[in-house]
Write a protein that binds this ligand. Structure first.
Ligand code: HAM
Length: 434
């Protein structure tokens, strides 16, 4: 037997339906906020991620899937969606059409060579949004509340956004120096990764999983004390707007994020149950120009769909995920089978979820299969009834049975399943026109 590669998952059964439901909620909320769907390639030129995400980040140094294609080009499977969207924005010249800010969202697989564990996959899925072309803190707040509201719509009422500001370059440079002076005496005590980060990216020492519980971390400099006036004002506005939008958030100076492109606002979505972030993002005002596009301020986030769906399943927040079918059509002989084929088609085309028998099983096995699919109704076909234009419908819960005219079956289901109370007597063929 060939097994799936390490760090990948098969999505099946109820979890697959939950996933599709989550995608439907995302699509419908994005529409209300006027974000356009965008799809970019799963593989891109390696350089895009080296320049975009940052040469010293864990993602680029340790986690990318890189290969040479048959034309000797360096290719990387995308580890995240932002760099590809920015590349597409520049390449397709999406700017300059009175359309700024451009608001897009995506949903797809990403690839990171991480150590697989719960919530950490090598093939992971994210949905994300990117807004290109606005410096306004209102945009940061909209993006954060969009993520928050989608969680809320899915039933995750305990989402808390951990938010921080990395300020502009001037503020960050000052903070970086302060961090280096603070950690210098502890350099020997830091983990190997942090020793490297000390020169390349000292901000990441702050959220180190290994070191951050050490005593001397408590008094480490706080980024918020190093924000200049402009950066401080931007952050205060974001918080003010988040209050208007009734987003639950906490200011958390430990949020520095693992990708290099951020400035000003950064945030992560947490819930009480999840010790892993469900999502994260922030403002990135320099990425477009780093990738040779025009100066463009951007903000965005991505949420891990695998983590999100796992959490919904664990918390049983799946009442909107269909776990039944409307009807199972049962038959035995060829004549009944033809009627089953006809009826299944009619009902499905009218919007009902219908299953029937395909393998010539006994009625007993058909009952079992109907139960497996949690069928609300059974439609029992037998030749004698069919000759009189009748079918038997059994409510699979109450076990009540009734015979109705086959030609009225859609109306019957409309009334019993769709809650459309049509005034009709299904039992009498001579009843008034419906
Ligand atoms: P990120 O924090 O690297 O940000 O990833 C966002 C989310 O993707 C995480 O919070 C997590 O839920 C999920 N995720 C990341 N790695 C894994 C993994 N190995 N297994 C399962 N889930 C994972 C970004 O990717 C940025 N591009 C977000 C962004 C968009 N910033 C601005 N715009």
């Amino acid at each position: 037997m060939i097994s799936k590669p390490k760090g990948t998952v098969d999505l099946t059964d109820k979890k697959a339906r939950c996933w599709k439901y989550v995608e439907e909620v995302i699509d419908s909320v994005m529409e209300k906020y006027n974000y356009n769907y965008i799809r970019t390639p799963i593989f891109e030129a390696s350089e895009l991620f080296h320049r975009g995400i940052g040469d010293s980040t864990d993602i680029v140094t340790k986690e990318t899937y890189d290969f040479k294609d048959r034309g000797d080009r360096s290719i990387t499977l995308r580890p995240e969606g932002t760099a590809g969207v920015v590349r597409s924005y520049i390449e397709n010249k999406m700017y300059g059409k009175n359309n700024l800010p451009v608001k897009v969202y995506y949903n797809g697989t990403m690839y990171r060579y991480e150590r697989p564990q719960k919530g950490r996959l090598r093939e992971l899925s994210q949905y994300g949004v990117e807004v290109l072309g606005s410096t306004d803190p209102m945009m940061d707040a909209e993006v954060i509340s969009l993520a928050y509201n989608i969680n809320k719509m899915l039933g995750l009422t305990d989402t808390v956004v951990h938010i921080n500001s990395l300020g502009d370059k001037e503020s960050r440079d000052k903070y970086r120096e302060a961090l280096k002076s603070y950690f210098k005496p502890h350099l020997d005590d830091l983990c190997d990764d942090c020793k490297e980060r000390f020169d390349k990216n000292p901000l990441r020492i702050i959220d180190c999983k290994i070191d951050s519980n050490k005593d001397y971390f408590k008094d480490a400099p706080n980024i918020l004390d190093y924000l200049n006036k402009e950066s401080k004002e931007h952050f205060e506005k974001v918080c003010e707007y988040l209050d208007i939008l009734e987003v639950k958030y906490v200011i958390d100076p430990k949020i520095v994020r693992g990708l290099d492109y951020y400035n000003h606002t950064v945030f992560e979505l947490m819930t009480e149950e999840s010790n892993l972030a469900l999502g994260g993002g922030g403002r990135y005002d320099n990425l477009v120009s780093t990738l040779d596009g025009p100066e463009t301020s951007c903000v965005g986030y991505a949420v891990g769909l695998d983590r999100l769906v796992d959490l919904l399943m664990e918390k049983e927040l799946t009442t909107n995920v269909r776990d039944y079918i409307d009807a199972f059509i049962m038959y035995v002989n060829e004549d009944e089978k033809k009627n089953a084929i006809y009826l299944a088609n009619e009902l499905r085309m009218s919007g009902f979820v219908v299953e029937t028998e395909y393998t010539k099983k006994s009625l007993k096995s058909q009952f079992k299969r109907a139960d497996y699919f949690n069928s609300k109704y059974l439609i029992l076909l037998n030749s004698d009834d069919l000759n009189e234009g009748l079918v038997t419908i059994k409510n699979n819960k109450t076990k009540e049975e009734e015979k109705i005219m086959m030609e009225y079956i859609i109306y019957y289901f409309d009334e019993h399943i769709s809650d459309d109370n049509l005034p009709i007597d299904y039992h009498n063929h001579d009843e008034e026109e419906v």
